[in-house]
Design a binder for this molecule. Structure first.
Ligand code: UDX
Length: 445
């Protein structure tokens, strides 16, 4: 990095350590480094679940209560920029120890809360970066890492920019409710929001947003899902204190929403999807590139890509409906089958017998190079959980979607895809079974 002397900006980037949050932040950092000569220190937060479990079950752990092995400041490991990337993106690495989760929702809650406990380590890191060349000038952190970072930015008088890694529309929905005189309880309880919709309290619609119907609101995870509280708290704090929001979106898809004033300035910097030649993996899991060779052998525009992102899961009964509908459609498919895709079952790989019933029309991987897959000429459709990154990656590559939203923001994303942009259709659950049944799957495909 021969020209560091002329650089002025040095940002510390703090992601929520979850795939759908790391990807957009890293892509934003690459743009800042490439187009605006920023020096970036990107914080890699390394999660340890097993270690904590082992520590708990070890005899020593029972003798005296040991403090959580959170990383100390001197545990920050630095690595220099990757010369192959030709960008001044340095890496700092911290460990986060989390107790073994009892369920996937608990795992997520542990992650969201655990990351906030890293504030002392992040503060030490910021102090060290003040001594580096160029010294740190700002903090860019995920909206959901507000509790760990906003007060540090205030204390050290650094501007903090908060990245909204999801659609702006869902954040604006919460913003309107919080500003519109509804209590936090009303905002956070889906049943109360449903009641308000039934009573037509939102009948005029909320500024900048499509008019919601009762079943546009999220389901799954019940009433007190911590994410609603988390989102509202992070949003309040950020609106009042952050220097600016940056949102992974753009005028043509959320123009009306982006116009609404949210107190702090808002910059739409999306779509944060790299052109293929610049796409360097930020995957936490190993990508199986062999699927690209399989795609090479398929006719153009013939394959349905099926992927539910890094967290969403389905029941065994739902899986069976999906598979039967898919096989009946006789559609070629590439399916990302993560080991934890199916709830409450030990079966972690796609059943061989079902795959053989596809007669060579199907290919399964546990993790794919998704952007490369969506760019492949054989891909013609995407059955997706409507995570915001997947949504933007699909529209950037011109791939229509079959929407199977799983939680929180994904219901709003599905609404935008289907009703506003008209580039997809939504799978609907049967009222009797509560599942998307096989006929619906086959019809949609
Ligand atoms: C989460 C939320 O669910 C999402 O709604 C929110 O907007 C961001 O954080 P996730 O569920 O993982 O993310 O979905 P998504 O936003 O689609 O992000 C997944 C990322 O993993 C995408 O960038 C995708 O390209 C990548 N991916 C997914 C792979 O690289 N390989 C795969 O096999 C599957």
């Amino acid at each position: 990095m021969e020209d560091t002397k002329c650089r002025q900006h040095h940002a510390l980037a703090v992601p929520l350590p979850w795939q759908g949050h790391i990807n957009p932040l890293m892509r934003l950092c690459k743009r800042l480094a490439a187009e605006h000569a920023f020096t970036i220190t990107f914080l890699d937060i390394h999660l340890h679940h097993e270690e904590a479990a082992a520590a708990e079950s070890s005899p020593a752990a029972h003798q005296e209560p040991s403090p959580a092995p959170a990383a100390a400041a001197h545990d920050v490991e630095f690595s220099p920029p990757d010369p192959a990337q030709k960008l001044d993106i340095r890496r700092a690495r911290l460990s986060l120890y989390l107790p073994p989760p009892s369920s996937s929702a608990a795992m997520l809650e542990g992650l969201f809360e655990g990351v906030q406990t890293l504030a002392p380590q992040i503060e030490q890191l910021l102090l060290r970066l003040q001594q580096q060349h160029p010294p740190i000038t700002c903090l860019i952190s995920d909206l959901f890492v507000t509790a760990a970072t906003q007060h540090l930015a205030d204390k050290l008088q650094l501007p903090r920019v908060a990245l909204i890694p999801c659609s702006h529309s869902i954040i604006l929905h919460f913003h309107h409710l919080l500003e519109g005189g509804f209590s936090l309880e009303e905002v956070m309880k889906v049943s109360i929001q449903r009641e308000l919709l039934r009573e037509n309290v939102f009948k005029e619609g909320l500024q900048g947003l499509p008019t919601l119907k009762v079943d546009d609101l999220m389901e799954n995870f019940g009433e007190d899902f911590f994410m609603y509280t988390f989102t509202c708290q992070a949003l309040q704090e950020t609106k009042n204190k952050a220097h600016a929001f940056v949102v992974n979106s753009f005028e043509e898809i959320e123009g009306n929403a982006l116009k609404v004033n949210m107190k702090a300035p808002l910059y739409a910097v999306g779509p944060l999807v790299e052109p293929l030649e610049k796409e360097a993996s930020t995957s936490l899991l190993e990508e199986d590139d062999a699927c690209l060779l399989w795609l090479d052998q398929q006719p153009c525009s013939s394959v349905l890509f099926i992927s539910f992102g890094s967290f969403a899961s389905i029941s065994l009964a739902q899986f069976e409906e999906l598979v039967v509908g898919l096989l009946s459609s006789r559609q070629r498919f590439l399916w990302v089958f993560r080991p934890n895709l199916i709830n409450d079952t030990v079966f972690t790989t796609f059943p061989e017998q079902l795959l053989s019933e596809s007669c060579g029309r199907g290919y399964v991987v546990s993790w794919a190079p998704q952007v490369k897959v969506l760019s492949h000429c054989s891909i013609h459709g995407f059955l997706t959980h409507c995570g915001w990154n997947s949504t933007l990656e699909a529209i950037s590559k011109g791939i229509p979607m079959i929407c199977f939203p799983y939680f929180v923001d994904q219901f709003m994303d599905a609404k935008l895809i289907v009703e506003e942009w008209k580039v997809g259709l939504r799978l609907r659950k049967s009222k009797e079974s509560g599942l998307v049944d096989r006929e619906e799957v086959e019809r949609a495909i």
